[in-house]
Design a protein around this ligand. Structure first.
Ligand code: ZN
Length: 162
């Protein structure tokens, strides 16, 4: 690999101040005698400064670090997505458990009051039980959904602050 090719690969990093001082010296020396590299370095500088101006949280001004930060942000996004899915699974399982667990309770409670109030209308009483049960289940699902949304919103807010 010629000196020119080697330096060319370093130009983008040089523009972003991401080189070691030894590499920087090498680039500076080569650029002084090579118009092609000099032009290319000039073309990289505005791009590098635009990248530094991006309103994303960056641990340092280097192009390498900026790339790492973007990779980390992508990873966080993925983690959040997985986390949201886990929360949804928990909410669904919880709602089902609630449904299964509450059915006998509703039967007993409704059956007890139903037989006290209207012992001869067992069919009406059964429908009444079903409607109460459906309403209760819907409420449970709604509460679970609201909880999941609130958790997701709160998590997003925390990430924005970080
Ligand atoms: Zn060159």
């Amino acid at each position: 690999m010629s000196e020119h090719d080697k330096i060319r690969e370093l130009l983008a990093l040089a523009a972003a101040d991401a080189l070691t001082s030894a590499e920087e010296k090498q680039v500076a020396e080569h650029v002084r005698s090579c118009i092609a590299c000099s032009n290319e370095l000039g073309a990289w500088r505005p791009i590098a400064s635009e990248l530094r101006r991006l309103p994303t949280p960056q641990p340092s001004s280097g192009l390498v670090q900026a790339t790492l930060a973007r990779a980390a942000a992508k990873h966080t996004e993925q983690a959040e997505h997985d986390w949201n899915r886990r929360v949804m699974i928990v909410v669904v399982v919880f709602a089902w458990l609630l449904t299964i667990a509450s059915w006998p309770v509703f039967q007993v409670v409704s059956g007890h009051f139903g037989s006290l109030l209207e012992p001869q209308f067992s069919h009406t009483q059964f429908s009444h039980t079903w409607i109460s049960f459906a309403a209760f289940t819907a409420l449970g699902w709604l509460a679970g959904g609201v909880a999941a949304v609130m958790l997701a919103v709160r998590q997003r807010g925390e990430r924005r602050l970080a």
